[in-house]
Design a protein around this ligand. Structure first.
Ligand code: NAP
Ligand code: FE
Length: 380
């Protein structure tokens, strides 16, 4: 096993980290495009913290607050063109994975006016993308520390691109921003982080360092996910928790750190079958990203149990939980997520699983027919 890895992001975490490290914002020129979703950047306080620091340091800015969940390529192209026309030198993404991934994509278009979709995805960019600062507001994707951007193309498919030039130049992770996350998104984003750690551990690309990150991630995530599972299984369910503090500061911090470790792990290995098949659940069934991927974790773990029992055992020993309890936490957190996939959809999507590089990264022999059966089994 190697230790091959590369992660050049200047990472700052902790309560108040933006103000504490405000000099970081002065490294990348004097005009920023701030990229956010509709509400959450304002609601959680991150936007105010960023603009206060920019104003104090004489950095002007424009705001693009139209990023939706599963960000659209067309919006990224539009924002990139606007950033280019107004001479922005820096893109600041504030939000969950959607605004952060969008900021990475926008930074490419901003530095390369007129770039086409084909050129974006073929990674033929004449100019280096603008620097990106990522300010995370969910404990989930770990996009703060990855060279990946997942964008929805006009046909409605989620399509990622990977390039070392889209690593954020700097990332800020203040877990207090996650306190305003609704209960459902706290669970969905937390289970996304768990999926990253698990998929990475069981990737053929896993190495010494990625597995350390995976194990640390799971160990940090599990206590809070256990608590959330208890709340999910209470008679009134997790929706009754809205408006109450769902988790303590310590739990929020552990979830956030766990998500960063998950990002560090997939930055080395990429994701496997659950993410590949999860995209379909988001595209066709509107299921939030974390839940969409995690519905495939039980099948993924079963495949690994049979294909690589020694790795399977080493995983559960390292993370300090039995496979049974692990499975039960996942099932409880996924309660109510039961996508009904029709036979017609299964046939239509079959070709997606043929020679899919992310699926082939997993252990064992995962055939497209097995993927069809996994989809059939979701409803049961
Ligand atoms: P998200 O799509 O960014 O946000 C989900 C929802 O949560 C939105 O409604 C958002 O509101 C809201 N929200 C975010 N932060 C909040 C806060 N602090 N308080 C209240 N509401 C908040 O969710 P995500 O799960 O973090 O990101 C998912 C995306 O990331 C997917 O597109 C996925 O494919 C991608 N992803 C990327 C990577 C990577 O390595 N690059 C890895 C995994 C997943 P607003 O719309 O108002 O912001
Ligand atoms: Fe994910």
């Amino acid at each position: 096993m190697t230790m091959n890895s590369f992660m050049p992001v200047r990472l700052f975490t902790g309560k108040g980290c933006i103000r504490e490290h405000e000099n970081e914002f002065t490294r990348y020129g004097n005009k920023a495009l701030i990229v956010t979703g509709k509400h959450s950047a304002k609601e959680c306080g991150a936007l105010d913290d960023v603009t206060e620091v920019l104003e104090r340091n004489g950095i002007t800015f424009e705001l693009f607050d139209e990023i939706t969940q599963n960000p659209l390529l067309t919006d990224c192209m539009r924002a990139g063109a606007a950033a280019s026309a107004s001479g922005c030198t820096l893109v600041i993404g504030i939000g969950g994975g959607s605004p952060l991934d969008a900021a990475k994509c926008i930074s490419v278009f901003a530095a390369n006016p007129g770039l086409t979709r084909e050129e974006l995805y073929s990674l033929h960019w004449p100019n280096r993308p603008l620097p990106v600062i990522a300010v995370g507001t969910t404990a989930g994707t770990g996009s703060e520390v990855t060279k990946v951007s997942v964008i929805t193309v006009p046909e409605g498919r989620k399509k990622s691109f990977h390039h070392e030039q889209i690593f954020p130049a700097a990332a800020f992770g203040d877990p207090s921003y996650t306190e305003s996350l609704p209960a459902g998104f706290t669970v969905s984003t937390g289970i996304d982080a768990l999926a990253h750690a698990v998929e990475s551990y069981f990737s053929r690309n896993a190495n010494e360092i990625s597995q350390c990150y995976s194990v640390r991630s799971v160990r940090l995530l599990l206590p809070a996910l256990r608590l959330l599972a208890v709340k999910c299984s209470s008679p009134s369910g997790i929706s009754a928790e809205s408006g109450r503090p769902l988790l303590s500061w310590e739990d929020r911090e552990a979830l956030y750190h766990g998500s960063i470790y998950g990002g560090l792990a997939i930055n080395i290995t990429g994701t496997c079958l659950p993410h590949t098949m999860g995209y379909l659940m988001t595209e066709q069934h509107g299921i939030p990203h974390g839940f969409a991927c995690a519905v495939f974790l039980p099948a993924f773990l079963r495949i690994n149990r049979d294909a690589v029992p020694e790795i399977y055992e080493s995983f559960f020993e390292a993370v300090g939980i039995t496979p049974e309890e692990f499975g039960s936490i996942i099932r409880t957190l996924l309660a109510g997520i039961k996508p009904q996939v029709s036979e017609e959809e299964i046939q239509r999507e079959h070709s997606r699983w043929i020679n899919n590089s992310s699926i082939l990264k997993g252990w064992g022999t995962i055939t497209p027919e097995m993927c069809d059966d996994i989809l059939r089994s979701l409803a049961s």
